[in-house]
Design a protein around this ligand. Structure first.
Ligand code: FES
Ligand SMILES: [Fe+2]
Length: 458
């Protein structure tokens, strides 16, 4: 049994006929969507109007802290305000365009200063100083023309979200459907434990979709599949995807395990004789921990090792989650109580994806390269809720205390196929990729949502 929704009816209500290489049969995705310059040009509109993840709040903990967010050829500077709120501005000096912020850092004494000729603004983007003001004709430097143009900002789950379209619907409307599945993870309390950013030689959708399904687990992650092969490994057991008309998608809840509601645990194992739920769950968690140092932690692994003999799925899950909450509380970690909608795997349109368990997560952001559809910029963020009161440490890409990219062998099992896919997708003999009805439902949903969005701009 799988839990899916068919999005076709939603797409039928929108005229997508002018979108190049549009999806006509939801199970056959034209490969040109991943490499054609024509599609890439139309797709750029997505980024001008979508809510997107600009940074994590811990990147800008104190007033004056800033970070630069780049999307295509646009640069945005995100600044922490004196009252703790966050504002974002187009990162272009109103004099001659110099990018005011570069990377991340701190604007001191409430002054944002352009490095070229020293024009200044306060943290709210209001221009406060123009050097040799008399040198300019007054009407070319009207206050409203020299203040920094703002972009929309929202804070949620510890992340800063921006939208370049000031007329776009509020963030809270755009997350319809996905808020419930994400809220119970308590991300707003999490810090980033490691962060890697990779430029892949692949379209940003190829890289993203590598984390959209569990159908690849049997072949790409043999350790996680317990070295079960082919028909012994039940790919359909992981096909409990749900989708939302706004493009978001998520697997069915894992909250029932802890809340002791009816769940699907009895379907998760192809052959219970070969693998008990306890052993399977332990094995997946241990692989994630050893190979990705995220989505779980050493404390949970130790608890699971204690419970390996348990044979009843419901008893095992309820005991594990009970002990995990007690253990976290002892360490001063405030886990968020799970809600029946809480999920451990989601994608939020257009480019925020992740897996999570009990305050630990691995989340992904995929962005297009500014000019080349065959390249992308991909971020991997490991998050964990630390003991309450832990001082914030600004995350840095590939920080010294982070696992090196080479150590993250599980993540690399996924990454290793990304560039190979791009090579194949450009083959003149491959017109479509073909998707599984349930196991690749998030990809289906996502492309349909993309076409509905692009239809607004062609
Ligand atoms: S370009 Fe910024 S002050 Fe001249
Ligand atoms: Fe994977």
């Amino acid at each position: 049994m799988t839990s899916v929704q068919n999005e076709s009816a939603v797409n039928d209500a929108v005229d997508t006929s002018k979108v190049p290489y549009r999806v006509v049969d939801e199970l056959l995705i034209p490969t040109a969507r991943y490499h054609s310059q024509e599609f890439f040009e139309v797709e750029k509109n997505l980024w001008k109007h979508s809510w997107q993840l600009a940074c994590h709040e811990t990147e800008i903990p104190r007033p004056g802290d800033f970070t630069e967010y780049k999307i295509l050829d646009q640069s945005i500077m995100v600044i922490r305000q004196k009252d703790g709120s966050v504002k974002a501005f187009h990162n272009a000096c109103r004099h001659r365009g110099t990018a005011i912020a570069c990377g991340s850092g701190t604007f001191r004494a409430d002054q944002v200063v352009c490095p070229f000729h020293g024009w200044r603004w306060n943290l709210e983007g209001k221009n406060t100083y123009i050097y040799a003001r008399d040198a300019f004709r007054e009407e070319t430097i009207k206050q409203e023309d020299v203040d920094l143009p703002q972009v929309q900002v929202a804070l949620r789950w510890g992340f800063v979200w921006i939208n370049l379209d000031n007329d776009a619907a509020p963030f809270e409307e755009s997350i319809h459907g996905i808020a419930g599945p994400l809220d119970g993870n308590g991300f707003e309390k999490a810090h980033i434990t490691w962060w890697h950013q990779i430029e892949f030689e692949a379209n940003w959708k190829v890289a993203q979709e590598a984390f959209f399904e569990a159908y690849h687990v049997m072949q790409a992650h043999p350790e996680m599949a317990g070295f079960l092969r082919d028909e012994d490994y039940n790919a359909l057991a992981y096909a409990h995807y749900r989708t939302d008309p706004q493009g978001h998608g998520w697997t069915d809840s894992r909250a029932p395990r802890i809340l002791q509601l009816p769940g699907q645990d009895d379907q998760m194992f192809a052959d219970p004789e070969k693998m008990t739920p306890a052993v399977k769950f332990y094995m997946s968690a241990k692989v994630m921990w050893e190979g990705s140092q995220s989505q779980t932690n050493a404390h949970y692994i130790a608890i699971l090792e204690d419970l390996l003999e348990m044979t009843d799925a419901q008893e095992f899950f309820s005991e594990f989650f009970k002990r995990a909450y007690i253990d976290a509380a002892k360490r001063g970690v405030e886990l968020t109580p799970m809600h029946p909608d809480t999920t451990g795997h989601w994608s939020m349109f257009p480019n925020f994806t992740g897996v999570a368990m009990l305050g630990c997560a691995l989340v992904y952001r995929s962005r297009p390269h500014p000019t080349d559809p065959n390249k992308c910029i991909y971020d991997f963020f490991a998050l964990e809720i630390p003991p309450t009161g832990t001082p914030v440490k600004k995350p840095q890409i590939g920080a010294d205390d982070a696992p090196t990219w080479d150590e993250l062998w599980f993540v690399q099992q996924d990454a290793s196929n990304i560039e190979r896919m791009q090579t194949g997708l450009r083959s003149s003999a491959l017109e479509y990729v073909r998707l599984g009805v349930d196991v690749e439902r998030l990809i289906i949903n996502w492309h349909q949502a993309l076409d509905r969005e692009l239809a607004k701009y062609v």
